[in-house]
Ligand binder design. Structure first.
Ligand code: ZN
Length: 310
């Protein structure tokens, strides 16, 4: 991770100065961070992915669990969207409990292969339900972010890789398998891992942001804190032992990410489409897009992006 740039205060002051002088404030962001400001999406662009995952569960016994047809169809759905958008996709196969599982890995062509920003979410549900908040919501946010990268024809400094993990519900099995099978150079190349697990919870009190100072994830943690803080949304920091962050942390790879919190329907049949709040889903997706855009640069601007454009 690069150390925070000392220009942040200057940049903020510059933004204020430009605002006061009537020059569009977005110029300040562009001038100080290089790449274009992050795009934003509406719930209408994310929810169709959750509808698709719900339909997959509905026609496969009500779930999308490891080793089931529901999981395989979930992978096929996400892969098809990525392939159409120009990603290089691969399935990384693993076995667990005598059943086959796949991690879906999608690389956006370009960027420095020795400096990778990896963004992931688990795509499996538990057998008891369709897993739409846990974790169709995170999966849909990561997919939407990837599709925004393609739509913007991004030319990031870092290489961007997106991942959908299998068998998280059985103990982060898929992500652990991926980390375990990385060659030392591949492991070293991952500058940062960002994880989303439950991104559309109803009645959100706080966004739970993963804090990993030990491995160097503090800059990304702070970026999420800033993103939510700038919008008046409360946060609470959590350690990285609750989701697919853990295998990365165990391997010394810096990570962050967040969750919108556990719902009453966690791991139940009622974790369906109605268990996701489209407004939360929209916020979570835009938070992820915002932070991915920042860390696509090797030296991310530490200022909160100016959002005063109409
Ligand atoms: Zn989960």
């Amino acid at each position: 991770m690069p150390s925070p740039r000392p220009v942040s205060l200057t940049a903020r002051a510059l933004g204020v100065a430009l605002l006061l002088s009537g020059v569009p404030a977005v110029t300040a962001t562009a001038a100080t961070s290089g790449p274009a400001a992050a795009p934003t999406v509406t719930a209408a662009e994310v929810m169709p992915h959750l509808q698709a995952l719900q339909q997959i569960a509905d026609r496969n016994g009500g779930n999308r669990a490891h080793g089931t047809r529901g999981y395989a169809e979930s992978v096929a759905y996400v892969k098809q969207a990525l392939d159409r958008a120009g990603f290089r996709t691969q399935l990384h196969r693993f076995w667990h409990d005598g059943k086959v599982g796949d991690n879906l890995i999608a690389d956006w062509p370009g960027g420095d292969p020795n400096h990778v920003l990896l963004v992931g979410a688990h795509l499996d549900s538990v057998p008891m339900g369709p897993g739409i908040n846990d974790n169709g919501s995170g999966s849909a946010a990561v997919l939407t972010t990837a599709l925004q990268v393609a739509k913007a024809k991004s030319k990031p400094e870092r290489h961007l890789r997106f991942a959908w993990w299998g068998a998280e519900e059985l103990g982060m099995v898929g992500s652990a398998d991926y980390v375990k099978n990385l060659p030392p150079t591949g492991r070293k190349a991952i500058d940062l891992y960002l994880n989303l697990d439950q991104a559309g919870s109803r009645n959100v009190q706080q966004y739970l942001v993963v804090k990993d100072p030990k491995n160097g994830g503090s800059a990304a943690f702070q970026a999420f804190e800033n993103w939510f803080g700038a919008r008046g949304l409360a946060t609470f920091d959590i350690p990285l032992d609750s989701s697919d962050n853990q295998p990365f942390g165990d391997a010394g790879i810096p990570s962050s990410g967040f969750s919108s919190g556990v719902s009453d329907c966690l791991h139940s049949a009622c974790d369906n489409l109605a268990n996701v709040d489209p407004a939360t889903q929209e916020i979570s997706t835009n938070a992820l897009i915002g932070v991915v855009w920042q860390f696509a640069a090797k030296t991310p601007a530490t200022t909160t992006p100016v959002t005063s454009r109409s």
